[in-house]
Design a protein around this ligand. Structure first.
Ligand code: SF4
Length: 353
């Protein structure tokens, strides 16, 4: 048996930006995903975290095969998807499902819930009796009454609709579900119910999750490991507790500080400043350097590689190994001079795809 469910290796996705729709001049590439690698184990929840535009949803779409990578490979249970046959891709699509962010927009309002949940089974050619059995099983798994199948989505609350979305993802008995901001559109009071449901389903069925979110509170609640993304690159990868209790990368630390409730002291006092730069003109060197209070001359010149520290966690930052011990994490650093610090790449040199 394989020790990984899904593995992405050196995954790259660039979107070319042109001056016109037809035969326009290439202005450059939006580097949505820029050489990232990770693997997800059976029964694991692997979180991809970052601000909007960091590339995490593009990673999800690549794994779901809604997009083709510019380069790099995706392996499912040890087998590369490159050159997979049509039958193998159909099996892959059954094994990898998704729960989307918007429980209102994701469900067709004209279809009854039973039809919505059973639709993937219909697409894959299951018999009517098997469809009925699996729909009932999925409704039970998400805690909805069996009579729900004859109702329409508008008859349910936001939390119940998200349960319908989870039920739909379960019918094909997947080994991996991608959860794209699964609770961010729900009331705070409902969020923990849906997250607990997802955890229970994982415990019962051994499903792996890739959890895409910007919300560190969600991540801490249910993830085993966390990968932090910034402008298409992984900047930190470690156990969920390590990342939340002792962030290693200044960007991670600023996300943790921003999510720390008022009145509590974050583990590393770094306020987040400025906005995420354009992915079309990523800053040179470490892309975070214009926003980083600890930036050194090397930071704007050399891209820090994601390297493994002696304690096993991985971080992409020039502070390691020589400079990190000189930093006082309990004192707020001086704010970086954002205007002066921004150095953009010359986009005229951007590689055409
Ligand atoms: Fe800050 Fe430099 Fe580390 Fe980037 S590499 S996070 S700029 S210290």
């Amino acid at each position: 048996m394989n020790s990984t469910i899904v593995e992405v290796r050196n995954l790259v996705k660039y979107f070319p930006v042109r001056t016109g729709v037809i035969m326009g001049r290439t202005l450059g590439n939006v580097k949505a995903v820029d050489d990232i690698s990770f693997a997800v184990s059976p029964g694991e929840t692997f979180a991809l975290v970052g601000e909007s535009g960091c590339g995490k949803t593009t990673v999800a779409n690549l794994i779901l095969k809604l997009l083709d990578p510019t380069s790099g490979e995706i392996f499912f249970q040890g087998k590369s998807l490159k050159g997979a046959s049509g039958a193998e891709i159909r099996e892959y699509r059954k094994s990898v499902q998704a729960v989307l962010q918007d429980p209102y927009g994701a469900l067709n309002p004209r279809m009854r819930v039973g039809h919505i949940i059973g639709e993937p089974l219909e697409v894959h050619g299951y018999s009517k009796s098997e469809r009925n059995r699996r729909v009932q099983d999925a409704l039970r798994a998400v805690g909805l009454p069996e009579t729900s199948e004859s109702q329409f989505p508008h008859e349910f609350s936001g939390g119940q609709r998200q349960r319908i979305g989870v039920a739909r993802a379960l019918t094909l008995e997947p080994t991996l579900i991608i959860l794209d901001e699964p609770v961010s559109n729900l009331d705070v009071s409902i969020r923990s119910q849906v997250l607990n449901l997802l955890k229970d389903i994982q415990d019962e069925r051994g499903i792996s999750y890739i959890l895409i979110t910007h919300d560190l509170a969600t991540v801490e609640h249910m993830s085993h490991r966390i990968a932090v993304m910034y402008l298409g690159k992984l900047v930190e990868l470690a156990g969920a507790e390590e990342v939340c209790d002792d962030p290693a990368h200044p960007y991670t630390a600023s996300l943790v500080a921003a999510a720390t409730p008022l009145g509590r002291t974050p583990p590393w006092q770094i306020p987040i400043v400025g906005e995420v730069p354009s992915a079309l003109q990523t800053p040179s060197g470490c892309a975070f350097h214009p926003r980083c209070a600890y930036a050194m001359p090397i930071c704007s010149q050399v891209i820090p590689p994601l390297t493994q520290l002696p304690n096993g966690r991985r971080v992409a930052c020039h502070l390691y190994p020589d400079h990190i011990d000189s930093i006082d994490k309990s004192a707020p650093p001086p704010a970086p001079e954002i205007e002066d610090a921004i150095t953009q790449e010359d986009t005229s040199k951007a590689d055409p795809l």
